[in-house]
Structure formats: structure tokens, C-alpha cells
Design a binder for this molecule. Structure first.
Ligand SMILES: [Zn+2]
Length: 162
């Protein structure tokens, strides 16, 4: 069967020119360019934590180029998060099987803060994460606010001396 190499239309035997494009027909269409096979993700559970932490962790992992799937722990969690933007049930984070060991490493480095002993693994990690979140919060808001406050005080004081 002749084909038009341009518009890929198929013609009956006997035709030699495409009526639409005017170009000569060929017996076989050129092979389509080799497309990279889309990377199929095999999600593996990485971590289970509350909503805030899952957002922080997702951010960190994605900055390292690791795609993260976050799922609510329960259906009820989904329901709650629709209405409040926050799920008390927390999230389960999944990463691709191929990324798992690297993701774990990043996570462990991130969570490597002192360990209270009398809590379950998940609660410990959540607490450590909360500490990190607080530190980040202080860096991003505390320092600018503190500086603004100091500048304000200096401004007030300078009125007495000018
Ligand atoms: Zn054509």
C-alpha cells in the first residue's frame, strides 16, 4: 500500500502522488521517531506523617529531583482536607522504587536530630520534623521581623536624640 510520507494518508495501489500534499507516495511510512518510553512509576511507601511534614518532605525530595506521591492516610482524611485544606489524618508519601534508597537517605539526613526514646518511630520523626519546621519558620519570619523591630526601636530612639 502506498502512503504519503507527509500526511500519512493511505492510497490504493496505482496512485503515486498524494492528492493533498502533491508529494510522491512511498511504500512504507518512515518509522516514527523513537520516543523515550515514559518512565513508569512504581510507587513505594516511603514515609507516613502529618500534613505539614509531608509538605516539607515533599518539597525537599522534589528539590532533589525525586517525584513524590502524597496520599491521604484515610478516605476521611481526603474529605477533611477538602474542607479545611489540612488533614489531621496525615499523608503517606510514595516515591518511585528507583528513587527509594536515595529518598530514604535524604530523609534520614533531614531527620538526623536528637532522638527522644519513649515514643513510637512515627511520632519521633514527626516531632523532629516539627522542630525543623519551627527553625525554618524562625529563619524566614523571625529574623526579618526581629530586624524590622530593631530598626523600629532605633527609629524611636533617634527621635529623642535629634
Ligand atoms: Zn499527503
Amino acid at each position: 500500500m502506498p502512503f504519503c510520507p507527509k500526511c500519512c494518508a493511505e492510497y490504493d495501489e496505482g496512485y503515486s502522488v498524494c492528492s493533498d500534499c502533491g508529494c510522491g507516495l512511498v511504500d512504507q511510512l518512515p518509522a516514527p521517531p523513537e520516543e523515550p518510553t515514559p518512565h513508569a512509576m512504581h510507587p513505594v511507601l516511603l514515609y507516613s506523617t502529618d500534613d505539614l511534614n509531608s509538605k516539607i518532605l515533599t518539597n525537599i525530595l522534589e528539590q532533589e529531583g525525586i517525584p513524590v506521591l502524597a496520599r491521604s492516610k484515610t478516605l476521611a482524611g481526603d474529605y477533611v482536607s477538602i474542607y479545611s485544606g489540612y488533614s489531621v489524618y496525615g499523608k503517606k508519601l510514595y516515591v518511585d522504587q528507583a528513587d527509594l534508597s536515595r529518598a530514604r537517605e535524604i530523609l534520614e539526613n533531614f531527620l538526623a536530630v536528637e532522638t527522644p526514646e519513649d515514643e513510637s518511630q512515627e511520632d519521633m520523626s514527626s516531632r523532629r520534623l516539627r522542630k525543623r519546621a519551627l527553625t525554618l519558620f524562625l529563619i524566614f519570619f523571625g529574623i526579618p521581623l526581629g530586624s524590622a523591630f530593631v530598626i523600629w526601636i532605633i527609629g524611636l530612639l533617634s527621635r529623642f536624640f535629634v
